[in-house]
Write a protein that binds this ligand. Structure first.
Ligand code: S3P
Length: 430
């Protein structure tokens, strides 16, 4: 049980840890490259450690060091077909990105592998990746006809496909493109909306033939590519907690340095600005094909808005903390078209509705979203995080302003994406 108290204004400068999505992909592509890669500013969180451990179990040498005062990985890649069969089940822990992207990548390998994870991950839908991978010829089985992990991948013979995704998902898109990396013929994914494009940007950074035309993303694999140095931007999904904390805490001013501002990820900025937030975006030199900026946020009052359409996809991981902003805003905020929130690390519509009601906030839920009535004061509450890192961090931020603070039943889950978050937040608010 951890208690987060009422706060003074949040002021100063800080860096947030490296981007989680980019770290996973950097490890994967570095392991498949020929020769050494350096990943500077990678995210040393539990989720990313699962991906690192998976490649170590498949014979890839990975060491950690510090470079430019940043946590850095050195990875000795062995080429597209240099991995060896793992001797045990690959434990993906809580990490959906590890499981879904690795399933694609392993489908193209000539060995047997099994992927499993914690109880949350074992209850998340996997047919969305299994279906297109089976269309390519992958031999994958899993519980409930492949809907749930553990997933077992046998040696299959893949052929390229042109796949139209029924739902926009970067994990599905990446799984298919990573499977396509083993093929010399083009593999194409059509996406119904532009989900995060880190895989595609990293293909280009490594010189892997990749083309994007509107909704069509095509990779041509099979050819050797070599290891590189990469700098990982700060994770905008982690920065989001400080953006909201500073916005709702009177007298605050924070500079968040070197945050990744890839347009497929900046929905949080658009939404907060629309709600009346005061955030300046100071563009910096880009890193490894990903745009960077310093974000300067000052406290300001917010008003409720309607959030739907393309904004949902561009802010999909930020809804727990956006719920906190909405609960402080004047008027009501309505979120629709966000059914995917029900199958994240927890059912985030339900988790946040329960948590907000605990603070005295009126919430109505829908199948695909929620309506939140903002109010200027909150009760402190006993909060169940459902083992979900983003629910825990959101309720910790809310605890800065709730009367008597919030008690969280689990803060250990925060380590999946942001080790040191509670310490960083407490240091700013003391
Ligand atoms: C991720 C994609 C998103 C996101 C997840 C990370 C990725 O999931 O919610 O936290 O790194 O590709 P979907 O692709 O399932 O929407």
């Amino acid at each position: 049980m951890s208690k987060v108290f009422k706060t003074k204004p949040l002021r100063g400068e800080l860096s947030v840890p490296g981007d989680k999505s980019i770290t996973h992909r950097a490890v994967m592509l570095a392991a498949l490259a020929e020769g050494e890669s350096e990943i500077v500013g990678y995210l040393p969180s539990q989720d990313c450690e699962r991906t690192i451990a998976a490649f170590q179990a498949m014979g890839i040498e990975i060491s950690t060091t510090q470079l430019d005062e940043q946590p850095t990985l050195r990875i000795k890649g062995k080429g597209l077909f240099g991995l060896k069969e793992p001797g045990d089940v690959i434990d993906c822990g809580n990490s959906g990105t590890t499981m879904r992207l690795m399933t694609g990548l392993l489908s193209g390998q000539k060995f047997f592998s099994v992927l499993s994870g914690d109880s949350s991950l074992r209850s998340r839908p996997m047919r969305r990746i299994i279906d297109p991978l089976r269309m390519m010829g992958a031999e994958i089985s899993g519980r409930s006809k492949g809907q749930y992990a553990p997933l077992a991948i046998s040696e299959g013979t893949l052929s390229p496909i042109e796949y139209t995704q029924p739902i926009a998902s970067a994990q599905v898109k990446s799984a298919v493109l990573l499977a396509g990396l083993s093929l010399a013929e083009p593999t194409t994914v059509y996406e119904p909306g532009r989900s995060r494009d880190h895989t595609e940007r990293m293909f280009q950074y490594f010189g892997i033939p990749f083309e994007r035309k509107g909704e069509k993303a095509t990779v041509v694999g099979g050819a050797v590519f070599t290891g590189k140095k990469m700098v990982v931007p700060g994770d905008i999904s982690s920065a989001a907690f400080f953006l909201v904390a500073a916005t709702i805490t009177e007298g605050s001013e924070l500079r968040l340095r070197n945050v990744g501002v890839n347009p497929t990820r900046t929905g949080i900025l658009d939404i907060l600005l629309k709600m009346g937030a005061d955030i300046k975006i100071e563009v910096q030199e880009s890193a490894g094909n990903e745009p960077l900026a310093d974000l300067v946020v000052r406290s300001s009052s917010l008003h409720g808005i309607k959030i739907d359409g393309a904004l949902i996809l561009r802010a999909i991981d930020e809804f727990p903390i956006l719920c906190i902003a909405a609960a402080r805003a004047e008027g009501e905020t309505v979120i629709r078209g966000a059914r995917e929130l029900r199958v994240k690390e927890s059912d985030r519509i339900e988790s946040m509705a329960v948590a907000l009601r605990g603070m005295g906030v009126a919430v109505e839920t829908y199948d695909d979203g929620m309506r939140i009535e903002g109010r200027p004061d909150w009760l402190g509450c006993d909060c169940r995080t459902a083992g979900d890192h983003r629910i825990a961090m959101s309720m910790a931020v809310a605890g800065l302003l709730a009367e008597g603070g919030n008690h969280l039943d689990d803060v250990a889950c925060i380590k999946t994406s942001f080790p040191g978050f509670i310490e960083q937040l407490s240091a700013l608010s003391k």
